[in-house]
Design a protein around this ligand. Structure first.
Ligand code: PGA
Length: 247
């Protein structure tokens, strides 16, 4: 399983960041899956340089620009230079700040161009009884993937993060049965966009109030390939408990 820790802007100081990295390195020695940390940009720079452990790094977002006179922008290629291997893109908090599907496509272009793996976030605002969320999620996946070649499409990781389930406590996370249905649906959409076995190899992660108390239920029989974890990933004890729960 891929466990991606989205530190958002929760982790502010370097000491705390170093503690979390040390814990992750220790856990990675025995954990059979992949641990990916997505720290805020300056902290990523400090932690990833010289990192030789199994722990990988992800950008939380990348710039829409490709360099030049753009004060304050952090490019995908800069993340690659300091040792990131992944980049989260299209997170609902970035979409809320103005990233449209078209912006997300452009950012993915930059991410792929410098050899990073995109972790594309998708997810509906509301799990409505009429099932409109299905068309919404289909649209997010289709617009993003259809802009790329078959080979590029097969390099994606998808993170299904229903917006209504983000940043709450475990009781507000998605019901495992509903998640199973959603994973099947996303697989179906992927199969329409990527021919053959490649579609089945795209990892699908779940994000939204994953905590040590619910991670096992969300992992068991839902066919999910991992998790994108926010608030529960920034506390040493809680993160340790998360990894132990699914080991
Ligand atoms: P959460 O955040 O685990 O705090 O719900 C997940 C995310 O937004 O990636």
């Amino acid at each position: 399983m891929i466990i991606a820790a989205n530190w958002k802007a929760y982790v502010v100081d370097l000491e705390k960041a170093k503690q979390l990295l040390a814990t992750s390195k220790k856990l990675a020695r025995t954990y059979k899956g992949t641990i990916v940390l997505a720290p805020p940009t300056p902290l990523l720079g400090a932690l990833a340089s010289g990192n030789k452990s199994k722990v990988a790094f992800a950008a939380q977002d990348v710039s829409l620009t490709t360099g030049g006179a753009h004060t304050g922008e952090v490019l995908a290629s800069m993340y690659a230079t300091v040792g990131a291997r992944y980049a989260i893109v299209g997170h609902s908090e970035r979409r809320a700040a103005g990233d449209t599907n078209a912006v997300v496509v452009e950012k993915i272009r930059h991410i792929l161009a410098c050899g990073l793996t995109p972790i594309l976030c998708i997810g509906e605002q509301e799990h409505d009884a009429e099932g409109r969320y299905l068309a919404f999620v289909r649209e997010e996946i289709t617009t993003a993937l259809s802009s790329f070649t078959q080979k590029e499409r097969s390099q994606f990781i998808l993170a299904y993060e229903p917006i209504w389930a983000i940043g709450k406590s475990s009781s507000a996370a998605m019901d495992p049965n509903d998640l199973t249905e959603m994973v099947l649906y996303i697989r179906k959409v992927l199969a329409e966009l990527i021919p053959g076995k490649a579609a089945t190899r795209i990892p699908i992660l779940y994000g939204g109030s994953v905590e040590p108390t619910n991670i096992l239920d969300l992992a068991r029989s839902t066919h999910i390939d991992g998790f994108l974890i926010g608030h529960a990933s920034v506390d040493v004890a809680t993160f340790t408990a998360l990894i132990k729960a699914i080991s």
